[in-house]
Design a protein around this ligand. Sequence first.
Ligand code: ADP
Ligand code: MG
Length: 240
Amino acid sequence: MEILRLENIHKNFGVHHVHKGVSFALNKGESIGLLGGSGTGKSVLLRSIIGLERIDSGNILFHNERIDHLTEDQLKDFRIKISYSFQSGALFDSINVFENIAYPLREHTKLTEHEISIKIKDMLKLIDLEGKEHLMPSDLSGGMQKRVGMARAMILDPEIVLYDEPTAGLDPQNTLNVVSIMQQLKARGLSSIFVTHDIPSALSLCDRILILHQGKIIFNDSPLQFQFSSDPEVKKFFIS
Ligand SMILES: Nc1ncnc2c1ncn2[C@@H]1O[C@H](COP(=O)(O)OP(=O)(O)O)[C@@H](O)[C@H]1O
Ligand SMILES: [Mg+2]
């Protein structure tokens, strides 16, 4: 079942045409790997989906309804359903791990303390930080902070998560930890778009690979087709 569709998206910054007719769809439970050189407009595309950037033309549909014209107020509700996991995922320094993850629940739901603590426990297990709820962000390693940031982005049970280079700058072990969390969330039915330069991680998680090049999607096929493609623009991703 299709849950998100981008149709002929165009986006300019002045004379700079970043998107020149981007189209693709995301199905329920699916993970799409979105590749592309630096500055090709991957982050702008993710930001456009949740209305942090306004597209110049084209349609964005969520469950077959246009979302590219939503007002700021409507977008607030909607950003619970599509979560954007920021590159940095900065935590609040002055509150502990529990309160960092609980923050969106307190902002957006009327759950009881007991219900909140059950959800936080489940999340801590998922990110492999059980028993660490009372630590402050400064007590955590960079990799652990990253996982807490992911937990906070997932705590409202979004339908789609947009990951913007979640493994960038991480060492191999922390990269594996992050991808393992993404895999577990996928197993729970979460759909995602995974922007990355990390080809092995994309291949281990994604059902489909897309390549953004010169404002258009020039490749949209299975990981297998991606690996055996003879297209020079596709092969470039293996040489690097
Ligand atoms: N707010 C902005 N104003 C002007 N240009 C921007 C803005 N945001 C992004 N750009 C430009 O759009 C292009 C795509 O940016 P981005 O989506 O961040 O690339 P990437 O694929 O590396 O994530 C870049 O050339 C960038 O300089
Ligand atoms: Mg980017």
